[in-house]
Design a protein around this ligand. Structure first.
Ligand SMILES: Cc1cc2nc3c(=O)[nH]c(=O)nc-3n(C[C@H](O)[C@H](O)[C@H](O)COP(=O)(O)O)c2cc1C
Length: 335
């Protein structure tokens, strides 16, 4: 006790904040809640249940460590009550070599939502060939609750060996919805969707739209890093285009108010770095929403489960504290 008091005296001098560093997104209300203890309540999300509104966004398989990473992520979903999207399953569409890397239902458990993932190009080609069989079989074999289609024209354009998108993605998705009964979700990969794209998507009977907004991992930029210097320099401005999560959420709320939304859930992702970002965005959403993160999970899942578990535990506890003591500041506007 004596040591603690001595520490306080010394540390108090080093712990002056000033009002500039205050997080202006929130109003702190300490009077009405206990500390968060006990189990998180389950709520329905994308066909299953979750206990935290945190989604692990799709990350690629088909590489040496992908199986290890996917199994760690799936175990964390089960332990903490989160949902997860697999990375692009293109590698297992026609060939079983990498199937085990993606086959994680036994690790995530029966209750958590798990979605398969394909690029818009693969779906476009399957529809053109009138052969949806491999896609449907893949979703079934993975015991996935549905399929994410990622729509990434900017990434494909900037990728030296990228696919060419020959049909407007909205038509491909419309036709896929008409021809199948798989619960379908649509996402970008880091540039987000503009107002009109979001409006068209939210009107559809989709299970979810994931923003994958500008502000975090930027796949257009990743592809340019893989290009030779002249190409990189000339195409670089294209990688800085996109829509951020805050502006997309403002549009989604507007569309929801106008009564034009048939999509069930939102996953708000792209540059969400912490439980406070996530809590803020989910609370602000008028649609049932979770927040998604990709790269922050990847960093920890690569090493071992204990490291991931520690990271998720801090995320979960931070979110619980935010939920009990923070309310949104109605006057806040981002810079
Ligand atoms: C290593 C890595 C691989 C990814 N692979 C895929 C993929 O296969 N399919 C997909 O839809 N998105 C993929 N993404 C994009 C993420 O799902 C997410 O939309 C994007 O990274 C933005 O989230 P973040 O800012 O939290 O990283 C990948 C992201 C990372 C970091």
């Amino acid at each position: 006790m004596k040591q603690r008091k001595t520490d306080h005296l010394e540390l108090a001098l080093l712990s002056q904040t000033g009002i500039q560093s205050k997080d202006r997104r929130f109003i702190y209300e300490p009077m009405f809640c206990t500390h968060p203890v006990g189990e998180d309540a389950a709520f329905p999300f994308m066909g299953k249940t979750m206990r935290l509104p945190i989604w692990i966004s799709s990350m690629t398989g088909g590489t040496e460590y992908a199986g290890h990473i996917n199994r760690n992520l799936a175990k964390a979903c089960r332990e903490f009550g989160m949902g997860m999207g697999l990375g692009s399953c293109r590698a297992i569409l026609e060939d079983d070599t990498y199937f085990d890397q993606f086959n994680i239902r036994q690790y995530i458990g029966a209750d958590q939502p798990l979605y398969a993932n394909l690029g818009i190009s693969q779906v476009e080609i399957a529809l053109k060939n009138k052969d949806l069989g491999p896609i449907l079989r893949m979703v079934e074999r993975l015991d996935a609750d549905g399929l994410f289609i990622h729509v990434n024209p900017l990434q494909e354009w900037l990728q030296p060996e990228g696919d060419v998108i020959e049909r407007p993605p909205i038509e491909t998705i419309q036709e896929f919805l008409e021809r199948t009964r798989i619960p379908l979700a649509v996402k970008e990969v880091g540039q987000g969707f503009g107002y009109q794209s979001l409006k068209a998507l939210l009107k559809m009977p989709l299970e979810a739209v994931e923003f994958a907004a500008f502000g975090g991992t930027n796949f257009a930029k990743i592809e340019l890093e893989r290009s030779e210097p002249v190409r990189k320099k000339l195409l670089e401005p294209l990688a800085l285009l996109g829509n951020d999560a805050y502006e997309m959420l403002t549009w989604a709320n507007e569309l929801y108010d106008s009564g034009e939304v048939n999509c069930k859930y939102l996953i708000i992702s792209g540059g969400v770095k912490s439980y406070l970002d996530g809590y803020y965005l989910v609370e602000k959403s008028k649609m049932p929403a979770a927040y998604g993160m990709a790269s922050p999970f990847l960093q920890h899942a690569r090493v071992d489960y204990e490291m991931l578990q520690e990271f998720v535990s801090y995320q979960a506890n931070g979110y619980r504290v935010a939920k009990n003591y923070l309310r949104l500041n109605p006057d806040f506007l981002p810079d």
